[in-house]
Design a protein around this ligand. Structure first.
Ligand SMILES: [Zn+2]
Ligand SMILES: [Zn+2]
Length: 337
C-alpha cells in the first residue's frame, strides 16, 4: 500500500503555518491516542501515521525536504526498490501538422525544456551526492511515545537527528536539492500515419526526470491536424466534394478526382444527382488501430451555369419543354400541384 500524503494525514493545507500543523496534530493525537482507544486496533495504526506525519511536517528542515521530494526523501534506495521509485512527470508536447502529413505519417523534431538528472549530485539532491540516510543513533525510530495517565501522549525525540529519523544532507547547490535541473532537449519523434487531431503519441521514458532513484516520465506528443482545402475527415473515411457539369451528370462521364495518393479516374453514371456519394475503397485514412485504410467518399455537386448566353438559354428552354413533369409533386402527395 502506498503511503498517504502527510498533509492529508494531518488534514492541513500544504501552505499551513507551523502553529496550524501543531494544532492539527494535537487534536488528532488526542482523538486517536492508543491510551483512549485500547479496544481499537485501527486507532493504533492511525496514531503511528499521525505521529510520523507530524515528525516530518513539524520540523522545518524535514518539512522542506518532504515538500521537494515527497516520501521518497525518507526512503534511502535499496536493492530491488526501483518499482517503488518516483516517476518523473510526463512532458506534454503539442504539435500542429499538415493534413497530408497526418495521412502519411511524419517525423517531427520536439524541442523543449525538460528536467534532467542533476550531474553534480548524481540526482540525489544532496550536496556532494550524499543521500538521506537513517539516523545511526536511533536507527530511524526517533520518537518514543510515552503515554501518561489519560494525558496527551508525549513524544520523546532523538536529539542526533532532531526527531527526523534521517540524516538529511545539505541541499546540492547546483539543483537547490531537487536532484533535477531544467535543460533544453531535442528529439525526433515518428508520427504514425493516420493520426487525427487530439491523438497522443507516447514516447516511453523521454519525459521529465525524477530525483534518484526515480525513473523518467513519458514524452506525450499531442497532434493538431490543419484542415485540408478539399478533403475532410470522418473517422478513417475521407470526404471530398467534386463539381460536375449538367451534361456529365445527365449523360455520365469519366472524370479525374483527387485522392490522398494521386489523381484517379472514376466513372460517373448517367443520371447522377447533386449530393450523390461514390465510395472509393481503400483511399481514405490509414487506420491507427486495425491497419489498412478507410474509404474515400466522393460527393458530387452539379454545377448549374449562372450566366446563360442566348444559345444556352435556347437549349435550356428546349429542355424545359422536354421535361414537363413537376419534380416537387411528391412533396404534396399528388401529381401536378
Ligand atoms: Zn544537484
Ligand atoms: Zn535519530
Amino acid at each position: 500500500m502506498s503511503k498517504r500524503d502527510y498533509y492529508d494525514v494531518l488534514g492541513v493545507r500544504r501552505g499551513a503555518g507551523a502553529p496550524e500543523i501543531r494544532r492539527a496534530y494535537r487534536q488528532l493525537a488526542r482523538q486517536y491516542s492508543p491510551d483512549i482507544n485500547l479496544w481499537d486496533d485501527r486507532a493504533d495504526g492511525l496514531f503511528d501515521e499521525i505521529a510520523e506525519a507530524y515528525r516530518i511536517l513539524g520540523d522545518p528542515a524535514t518539512r522542506s525536504l518532504y515538500d521537494r521530494l515527497g516520501h521518497q526523501a525518507f526512503e534511502p534506495p535499496r536493492e530491488g526498490a526501483a518499482d517503488r521509485a518516483a516517476r518523473g512527470e510526463d512532458l506534454h508536447y503539442p504539435i500542429e501538422i499538415e493534413f497530408e502529413q497526418a495521412l502519411r505519417g511524419v517525423p517531427v523534431v520536439t524541442e523543449a525544456a525538460r528536467l534532467e538528472p542533476c550531474a553534480v549530485c548524481d540526482a540525489t539532491g544532496g550536496a556532494g551526492g550524499r543521500r538521506v540516510v537513517r539516523c545511526r543513533v536511533c536507527q530511524g525510530r526517533p520518537v518514543r511515545i510515552v503515554v501518561g495517565n489519560g494525558e496527551l501522549p508525549v513524544a520523546a525525540r532523538c536529539e542526533a537527528c532532531r526527531g527526523a529519523g534521517w540524516q538529511v544532507p545539505e541541499p546540492c547547490p547546483a539543483c537547490s536539492g531537487r536532484g533535477t535541473v531544467l535543460r533544453q532537449f531535442r528529439l525526433s519523434v515518428a508520427i504514425p500515419p493516420g493520426v487525427d487531431t487530439g491523438a497522443q503519441i507516447r514516447v516511453s521514458g523521454e519525459g521529465h526526470a525524477a530525483p534518484a532513484p526515480g525513473v523518467r516520465g513519458d514524452l506525450v506528443v499531442i497532434t493538431r491536424v490543419r484542415p485540408h482545402a478539399f478533403f475532410t475527415r470522418k473517422g478513417d473515411n475521407l470526404y471530398c466534394e467534386v463539381p460536375i457539369t449538367v451534361p456529365e451528370a445527365a449523360l455520365g462521364a469519366r472524370i479525374q478526382i483527387p485522392t490522398p495518393d494521386a489523381a484517379a479516374m472514376v466513372t460517373i453514371p448517367a443520371g447522377t444527382q447533386s449530393g450523390q456519394i461514390f465510395r472509393i475503397r481503400g483511399k481514405g485514412c490509414s487506420r491507427l488501430d486495425r491497419g489498412g485504410r478507410g474509404d474515400l467518399l466522393v460527393v458530387t455537386r452539379v454545377v448549374i451555369p449562372r450566366n446563360a448566353d442566348s444559345t444556352l438559354e435556347e437549349v435550356l428552354r428546349t429542355l424545359q419543354r422536354l421535361l414537363p413533369e413537376n419534380p416537387r409533386a411528391e412533396l404534396w402527395g399528388r401529381r401536378g400541384a
